[in-house]
Design a protein around this ligand. Structure first.
Ligand SMILES: Nc1nc2c(ncn2[C@@H]2O[C@H](COP(=O)(O)OP(=O)(O)O)[C@@H](O)[C@H]2O)c(=O)[nH]1
Ligand SMILES: [Mg+2]
Ligand SMILES: [Zn+2]
Length: 310
């Protein structure tokens, strides 16, 4: 019986509200209001659910699982450029982007800046976790002050010796966060330390979805016992926010955006214009030259993406 795709009278219960804790194509795992999890199928081809979505769903009466009927409007969307050049939603209703970096694999500050820019652009909190601090006791492999100087919380952690774990827990408490960053920096290890059994749970979820091979490619939402939740996202080699106008890039860099009104020209792009307060601040060292370079690179990237779509 194809209970997963029909919603005829009698086959399903009344619609109820649920939370998407994992999505694998048309298969999604829904957490109900009692925090039980159910394997569901999207009712219509046009529906596209991502981790963190709030949905209306109906449970199958004579079988396990159910069907997702509607996806509620999202408060935030973490996106990246899709292969076709527009935007692909990675996760929904996020309140905080937690960028995880480590001494190894080599930290990439430009990648960190692009994630923080994405969090600024979607209007959520952003913060930085420097994990594997046991490998860099002197904190010499990365300039963390670039981030704390502009107001991002920075937490130094180690899964090896437990350093910073309580501070991290405090940062995550009561919010829906997503862990992002290079693969291999320790996102899943941190999560497993925060939520013992998270790894086992991830494996169980992907088996229940019947799509076990997606274990490492899907985002999974885990509840914290202090309130809130963390979405563990698969590791990436690279990331950029989805296409925006190049003049909107400055909104992704708070120290640049904050000087917007001080430039001679109101439409200053802070690139070659005279009387640019941002370039002055870079010269005087008030803005990190490296963060500014990140801004310029992202402007160039958005110009390229813009040309590709048009
Ligand atoms: N030395 C050290 N190794 C760590 C730490 N955290 C994670 N690792 C190791 O780094 C590797 C990648 O970790 P993983 O959690 O899979 O990274 P992810 O790809 O970001 O999820 C594993 O071999 C972990 O054991 C840490 O704090 N210190
Ligand atoms: Mg991982
Ligand atoms: Zn300017």
């Amino acid at each position: 019986m194809n209970a997963g795709t029909t919603t005829g009278p009698g086959s399903h219960g009344e619609p109820e509200t649920g939370l998407v804790v994992a999505a694998y194509g048309r298969h999604v795992l829904i957490e109900d209001e009692r925090k039980d999890r159910h394997r569901c199928i999207l009712a219509r081809r046009r529906l596209r659910a991502v981790c963190g979505d709030i949905v209306q769903w109906a449970r199958a009466i004579d079988a396990s699982g159910g069907v997702v009927l509607e996806i509620s409007p999202r408060t935030t969307e973490l996106t990246r450029p899709s292969r076709r050049g527009d935007r692909e939603v990675l996760a929904a209703n996020i309140e905080q982007v937690v960028v995880v970096a480590a001494p190894r694999p080599d930290p990439d500050p430009f990648l960190i800046d692009r994630y923080l820019a994405a969090s600024e652009l979607m209007g959520t909190d952003g913060c930085l976790v420097y994990n594997k601090s046991d490998l860099d006791p002197e904190r010499s492999e990365m300039d963390l002050s670039e981030y704390s100087a502009v107001g991002y919380p920075v937490v130094t952690t180690s899964v090896r010796n437990g350093a910073g774990l309580e501070e991290l827990r405090g940062l995550l408490k009561g919010k829906i966060s997503i862990f992002v960053g290079h693969s291999g920096v320790g996102k899943s290890s941190l999560l497993n330390l925060l939520i013992p059994g998270a790894e086992i749970e991830t494996a169980a979820l992907s088996t229940a979805s019947g799509e076990g091979r997606h274990t490492t490619t899907a985002s999974v939402l885990h509840r914290l016992n202090v309130g809130g939740a963390v979405i563990d996202s698969p590791g990436v080699r690279d990331y950029a926010p989805s296409p925006i106008a190049s003049r909107d890039v400055s909104a992704g860099f708070r120290e640049i955006d904050g000087r917007r009104g001080d430039c001679r020209f109101s439409n200053c792009m802070h690139l070659k214009e005279p009387g640019c307060a941002v370039k002055d601040a870079v010269e005087s060292g008030d803005i990190s030259a490296r963060r500014y370079e990140s801004y310029r690179r992202l402007v160039r990237l958005m110009e390229q993406l813009g040309r590709e779509v048009s």
